[in-house]
Write a protein of this length. Structure first.
Length: 323
C-alpha cells in the first residue's frame, strides 16, 4: 500500500549572501603638492557651475573660461617661482588636474567629475560600487545589477534565497496559502507555488472517505475513493471486514448483517440475512425453512396460516389454542 499524492518533490531552498562587491572609497587627495598651489586651486572645482552660468550668459563655453583662468593662474605662479605641474589627467574631461586629485578605479579624476554613471551624483565624499569599470551610487547599483525578488520584484541587497529556480528576499518566501514563512521543515511545490506541509496536504492530498482527513501513508482504494485502513469498517457496527468482503449501500460499506438489515432482508424467524429464497408474510420475511407454526413447528404455506400477537400458526393449532 502507498500514498498516491500528485505533487512535485521537495524543492531545493538556500539562503546565501548576494554576491555584491563591497562599497569602495575614493583615494584621498595627494598631499605632496606645494601648499601654496593647493590653497590657490582647491576651490576651482567648486566654481565650475558659476563659470558655466557666466559663460552661458556671455556666450562663452564654461570650459574655455576655466582653461583661461587656469592658464593665467599658472603664469602667475611661475612668476613667483612656483612650478604648477599637473597632478594627473582627469578620466572624465581628459584635462590636466592642477588642484585636488581623486584616485579611483585605477584612474585619476577631478573630484567633481567622479560621478555615478547612472544618475550623475558626485561620489567623491562617500562609498561607491563598481561594475564593468564604471562607478555607481548604492541605489543605482542595486537597481541595475542586484537579483530581483520573485515576490515583490525589488532588488535583493543582502541575503538572497534561491528556490523554485527564482530568487527571493528570505522574508518574502512563504506559503502561498497561509503566508507562513517556511522553517526547517521546508516546503512542497504545486503548480510553481510553495506550500507548507499542512496546507499542501489539506489542499491537495486525497481525503479519506471515512474521516475526510488527508491520506498520507497506507490506504485502501474502494467505492471510488481512498480510505485509511483503520477507517474502512462497517458503517453501522464499525467492525472491520476480516474476510476482505463487504456490502455497499449508497456509497458506504456494510457488513453482511447490517446490509441486510438496511435492506429489510433479515429472516424474522432466525434473525440472519436471507440470501436465497424468501417468503414474505404479514409484512415480514422468512427463510422458507423458518416459516413454521409457532406451536407445532410444522412448516407453513402461504395462504394457509393464521396470525396472533405477531406469531404464525397453522390452522389446526390456531383453532385449538384460540377458538
Amino acid at each position: 500500500l502507498g500514498v498516491d499524492i500528485t505533487a512535485s518533490p521537495l524543492s531545493a531552498m538556500s539562503s546565501t549572501p548576494v554576491p555584491v562587491p563591497k562599497p569602495l572609497l575614493p583615494s584621498p587627495p595627494r598631499t605632496e603638492a606645494a601648499r601654496q598651489l593647493d590653497e590657490l586651486l582647491a576651490d576651482l572645482g567648486h566654481t565650475q557651475s558659476k563659470l558655466a552660468a557666466a559663460g552661458q550668459g556671455a556666450g562663452v563655453p564654461a570650459e574655455s573660461l576655466l582653461d583661461d583662468m587656469l592658464d593665467s593662474l599658472t603664469r602667475d605662479l611661475q612668476e613667483l617661482g612656483i612650478t604648477a605641474a599637473p597632478a594627473g589627467i582627469c578620466s572624465a574631461c581628459h584635462k590636466p588636474i592642477a588642484g585636488k586629485v581623486l584616485t579611483a578605479l585605477g584612474k585619476t579624476w577631478h573630484p567633481e567629475h567622479f560621478t555615478c554613471a547612472q544618475c550623475g551624483q558626485e561620489l567623491d565624499k562617500g562609498p561607491f560600487f563598481e561594475q564593468g569599470g564604471q562607478a555607481f551610487c548604492e541605489e543605482d547599483y542595486h537597481q541595475a545589477f542586484s537579483p530581483r525578488c520573485a515576490y515583490c520584484a525589488g532588488p535583493i541587497r543582502e541575503k538572497v534565497l534561491t528556490a523554485l529556480e527564482q530568487t527571493w528576499h528570505p522574508e518574502h518566501f512563504f506559503c502561498a496559502h497561509c503566508g507562513k514563512v517556511f522553517g526547517d521543515e521546508g516546503f512542497l511545490e504545486r503548480n510553481g507555488k510553495p506550500y507548507c506541509h499542512q496546507d499542501f496536504l489539506a489542499l491537495f492530498a486525497p481525503k479519506c472517505q471515512g474521516c475526510e482527513r488527508p491520506v498520507m501513508d497506507n490506504y485502501l482504494s474502494a467505492l471510488q475513493g481512498v480510505w485509511h485502513t483503520e477507517c474502512f469498517v462497517c458503517t453501522e457496527c464499525l467492525t472491520g471486514f476480516t474476510g476482505g468482503s463487504f456490502f455497499e449501500l449508497e456509497g458506504r460499506p456494510y457488513c453482511e448483517l447490517h446490509f441486510h438489515q438496511r435492506q429489510g432482508t433479515i429472516c424474522h424467524g432466525c434473525g440472519r440475512p436471507i440470501t436465497g429464497r424468501c417468503i414474505t408474510a404479514a409484512g415480514r420475511r422468512y427463510h422458507p425453512e423458518h416459516f413454521v407454526c409457532t406451536y407445532c413447528l410444522g412448516r407453513l404455506h402461504k395462504g394457509t396460516f393464521r396470525e396472533s400477537d405477531d406469531k404464525m400458526y397453522c390452522q389446526p393449532c390456531y383453532d385449538k389454542l384460540f377458538v
